[in-house]
Design a protein around this ligand. Structure first.
Ligand code: C2E
Ligand code: MG
Ligand code: MG
Ligand code: MG
Length: 297
């Protein structure tokens, strides 16, 4: 890659060839290092010694806007890198996708999330639903449905209490195949939601054929909801579209009371965001549930 960069730079008559090449090398080195680290992290989570596992799932509450009830959580992966400390998913999910490591990582996520949900119930906490993000490569994996069935079987979690979050762009990569796979999941009893809705591209006629239960309004439309008329218009359109298609609509990234009030006043069903809670470790989520947040007052 560095050679190609140098060649291109020369072709353009660029004097900074040396700079280009070394910068390119640095980013390739960084990528390779991260990739090696990801493999090691995955290894560290293979045995039963949960303390050694470098991955952790945090759980962010989803709250019903009318009752205030915490009805579900979204599992969000964190990587505790032995030297670099906490590495955010934005830095490694893309690399995991490119390398295919997302498939075994995703399997760990599924199994851990399902098992955790059952553990909370076993501790006497009110049952909630668990959402897991599935990215393109995972979704296209031939064994996805089998992997989900295995995670449900191993944990004993009812399929009705598992939701898979996918994006529009993922679905549109191969619409026919995606809809088939979504139907398989639906037949198993697993729910589907469209994540980051509005940021990708999906035709409205395609949307009609998706066996989904929920649209998630992307947080980029929520951020300036209190002051930006355009974002308000988009949020209203998604809420109304979702309801006309018989879907529930959840807003992500809700940070302020003004955003929440606008959403509630305009009939949005649910919210997720720092206003109610950041993504939490399993123990902290259990404390929230124990404090009665999972039960309608
Ligand atoms: P996402 O699925 O759209 O998740 C929402 C992101 O918004 C999360 O970032 C969450 O921590 C953040 N967030 C929640 N509430 C707020 C808020 O009020 N304000 C702001 N500014 N942000 C908020 P996170 O955890 O860094 O995850 C980023 C993305 O990485 C996720 O976006 C998802 O696409 C991906 N991801 C995370 N965990 C997994 C996983 O286990 N598997 C896969 N395949 N992807 C994952
Ligand atoms: Mg998500
Ligand atoms: Mg999202
Ligand atoms: Mg997102």
């Amino acid at each position: 890659h560095a050679d190609v960069a140098m060649y291109r730079a020369k072709e353009l008559g660029n004097d900074n060839v040396q700079f280009y090449a070394s910068e390119m090398n640095a980013s390739i080195d960084e990528k390779l290092g991260l990739l090696e680290g990801l493999r090691a992290a995955l290894d560290s989570c293979q045995d039963d010694d949960a303390g050694a596992c470098q991955f952790e799932l945090l759980y962010q509450p989803k709250v019903d806007l009318r009752s205030g009830r915490l009805f579900g959580v979204e599992a969000l992966i964190r990587w505790h890198h032995p030297e670099q400390g906490l590495v955010s998913p934005d830095r490694f999910i893309g690399l995991a996708e490119e390398s295919g490591l997302i498939v075994p990582i995703g399997e760990w996520v599924l199994r851990t999330a399902c098992a955790q949900n059952v553990a909370w119930r076993a501790a006497g906490l009110p049952p909630i639903s668990m959402s897991v993000n599935v990215s393109a490569r995972q979704f296209e994996d031939k064994r996805l449905v089998e992997r989900i069935a295995d995670a449900l079987g191993a944990s004993g979690l009812p399929p009705q209490d598992l939701e898979v979050e996918v994006t529009e762009s993922l679905i549109m990569r191969d619409l026919g195949r995606s809809v088939d796979k979504m139907r398989e999941l639906e037949a198993m009893g697993v729910s589907l939601s469209i994540d980051d809705f509005g940021t990708g591209y999906s035709s409205l006629s395609a949307l009609k054929s998706f066996p989904i239960t929920r649209l998630k309004i992307d947080k980029s439309f929520v951020a300036d909801l209190a002051s930006c008329a355009d974002d308000q218009a988009i949020a209203l359109a998604v809420i109304s579209l979702g309801h006309k298609l018989d879907l529930r609509v959840i807003a992500e990234g809700v940070e302020t009371e003004q955003q929440r009030d606008f959403l509630r006043a305009n009939d949005c069903d649910e919210m997720q965001g720092y206003l109610f809670s950041r993504p939490l470790p399993a123990q902290a989520l259990a404390r929230l549930l124990a404090d009665g947040h999972g039960v309608v007052a």
